[in-house]
Design a protein around this ligand. Sequence first.
Ligand code: MG
Length: 301
Amino acid sequence: MNVKDRKKDRKEVIMWKPYKAVFFDWDGTAVMSRRACADDAVAAMKPALRKGKKLVIVSGTTYENIIGGRIQDYFTTEELDNLYLGLGRGAYNYHFENGQPVIFTDCVPDKENLLKIHDVCYQMHRQLLEKYDFKTDIVFTRPNYCKLDLAVENDRGEQLFMQGDEIDALREKLKSHGITDGIEGLIELAVETGKQYGVAVSATCDAKYLEIGISDKSDNTRIIFTRLQKEYGIQAKDCSFWGDEFVGIQDHIFGSDAFMLTEETKEGDFYDVSTLQGARPGKVQHIGGGVDTFLDFLRTL
Ligand SMILES: [Mg+2]
């Protein structure tokens, strides 16, 4: 069976619900990588937006990293009226006014609280080195969180999303340094260290970075979903949620896209397009196929 036949089969098998809103991750779900050509994604999004479907990009990255910060140039003003972005790991929520991006809600700590987050990360860096001889790097330049690099020798290059073997590599590495409670333990340590500095932190982890801040993708999702609910009467069951990082890195810890699954959105449909094996939240359907699967779905809206 050639690829074309397989694609045709998939379309015939899956009868998609006529969702009114689609929330989706960007890197690894709508585009292969940040610098990959976004023409296919744009072409698949345009007809849906013209029909009045609400499309919501939920990504840990910032506006500048979505098609070079020029996404507004690829769509008409009318199309942009139906597009929303929840970015920066809970920090910024955008809509468009007269074709220009506007932050309608933000969640950015003031300098004092940002410095507390920096203190938490440095304290963790110290503890891991002192107690376990485990080296980390810290990225301090995000406006609302820090990234503690747990795999300093692993440069992902252009592919910013999680690779299957990275998870196993990190598990082994933590074990070999005597960190027996794994990533779950690191997340707990972040929360506890946060308490020492008087800041309620939300810590998330993929197989390379432990991210420590005061918000996450669940805040973007909740804020934009609540807005669509109020303004358009859209219910969670009218929405689908797409990503490539739902897989847990260990029991009870799921990937960053699992944060789109909230109390408010749990009646929606959740789809994982990644090929990774592993535990996902019970609600999430693993359909695989990567970017192609997601864009094929968008074209049916
Ligand atoms: Mg992704």
